[in-house]
Design a protein. Sequence first.
Length: 187
Amino acid sequence: MKKAIFWDLLGTLGGDSRTLINQEFTFFEEAIPALKKATTHGYLNIIVTNQSHIGHGRITIEEYERALSQLLQQLADNGVQITDVYTCPHTRQEACICKKPKPFLVKEALKKYELESSQCYIIGDSGTNDVMLAHQLQLKSILVLTGEGIRSLTDQRNAWSETSPTHIAENSLDAINKIIGFQIIEQ
Ligand SMILES: [Mg+2]
Ligand SMILES: [Zn+2]
């Protein structure tokens, strides 16, 4: 049985909504241990990220791909395995089919990697994007309190009031620890 963690990138694993444009992205210190721990416990790491800066012309697709490949190299150098990265480059105005919270990209990944959806989690810092996406696919979700997480639970909470995250975690590592804790309980 194959299972995956669908990771949000910005605000969840590192950086913020500006950092890929100005090339200042850094991983949060708990991100690398979190990604490694996911692999150790049998999860594929799949990143799903909205990058509307590309659609807005603030960063070109080539610049984005270069920045992304540097990040992936940095992870690989630290022994982290990332199975795939799915990017939506569009602006909201383009009304594309792939921008989170639309489930298109995650659906594609579920099919491509033959994942057991009941065993997968979406981990992100945005209620409106990440938790709403999980809600639509009936996947489990963990909202992290890094990035936009606290704002998601306060100022922005009414924008995704129809659902709740399965769990709330301090950060990416706490999220993985919670998931692993549940596995042990379920066994
Ligand atoms: Mg985010
Ligand atoms: Zn898109």
